[in-house]
Design a protein around this ligand. Sequence first.
Ligand code: SF4
Length: 455
Amino acid sequence: MEKDRLIQKYNVPGPRYTSYPTVPFWKNDQLTEHEWIDSIKRNQHVFQSNEISLYIHLPFCESLCTFCGCHKRITKNHSVEIPYIDTLIKEWNLYLSKLDFVPVIKELHLGGGTPTFFQADQLIRLMKALFGKDSIDPTQHELSFEAHPNNTSIEQLEKLYNFGFRRLSLGIQDYSPTVQTAIHRIQPFEHVIKVHEFAQKIGYTSISHDLVFGLPKQHVEDIESTVEKTLLLMPDRISLYSYAHVPWIKGNGQRGYDENDLPKNEEKRALYERAKELLEKAGYTEIGMDHFALKHDDLAKAMHSKKLHRNFMGYTTQSTTLMIGLGMSSISDSWFGFAQNNKSVEEYTELVNQGKIPVFRGHILSDEDLIIRKHILDLMCHFETYLDDRSIIHSLYPKIKERLGEMEKDGLVEISKHIVKITSKGIPFVRNCCKAFDQDLNKQELTTNLFSKTI
Ligand code: SF4
């Protein structure tokens, strides 16, 4: 079949493009605090806005899911909560002391790890310290958190709602008992119903379910049954992530199953296509890559009005150009630079206690990086990009078009003098299209060990 041929041809390793340059090509192995703060000042100078996005990494989980690629710390010891929240507050105060403006937090996301590992009172203590008040106006600030259905309490849902949270995403993955056993994440549907329905009853306006395709021992019947259960609750948004099998990066955590247990190439893509078919039939719109939303949801509206934006947190309706990441391993983005915090809880804590912004590596973008970054962002959000003859990189455009030649022949992209547009047939291959713009990948031979496969 034509579809299978395309999948065979284009399912090659490639980045997910949550940043450009992508992390393996960042050049500052020892980015200094000074360089990082300078790049924030440049952002201020150029964009003249004090609005920011804040990502907060809460790394603790009680049990290891063996498919997980996140930076986490497995522990059942909840005495880690208070000192970790103390450190986050200190880190925020360090930023406030070093920035020459007072940031307004437009968007905040609690990610992990498992944010709901933390007691509601600890999460609220953190929010009060960040915002300097007891609650916020949810029409002015978009607050969201990731919730584990097995350990999200009614108290957490209520207290976070009362502070001003209106969005949550529930980590589901797949409902099949066989898949859940393989990934070591036993999660009954009843837990999801309970959390989802209670959140809805309180008044959360955007509930997302995170599903994963390509998991070990996952077959089409599993994804069908998972989507059917999901549709009983009709969440506002659904993420349908591709499982990234990168055991060479994540070590033994992902080795609880064999390569042979994983659906491959067209078999894997069929899982996505079947889920997409069921979701679209139920009224969902596909957003960018891996995301779906009901028509009333802000993400769907932003896509239709071409206001969709994407940052390290994923697709968003906010277009802030400065994202500060707090917590162990968090990544920050000033548009002109990226910075990542230390990946060990102990070292991260020690650096903050010494009064240092705990960044350990990053990248300051060149003028060329900035232009390529914008093209890749446009492709990922709007499936097209404009090639400007006056751009300082216009001499690279013939080469980029040449690299897209095969995709054009296969009907996956349309190329005119000034526009590269991904066709509807080409949407599953958006990452391949971005690769043609990626100067780092094209400067050196791509090794299979840097990235997961694109499909
Ligand atoms: S999937 Fe979530 S809960 Fe499971 S180990 Fe990873 S971060 Fe923790």
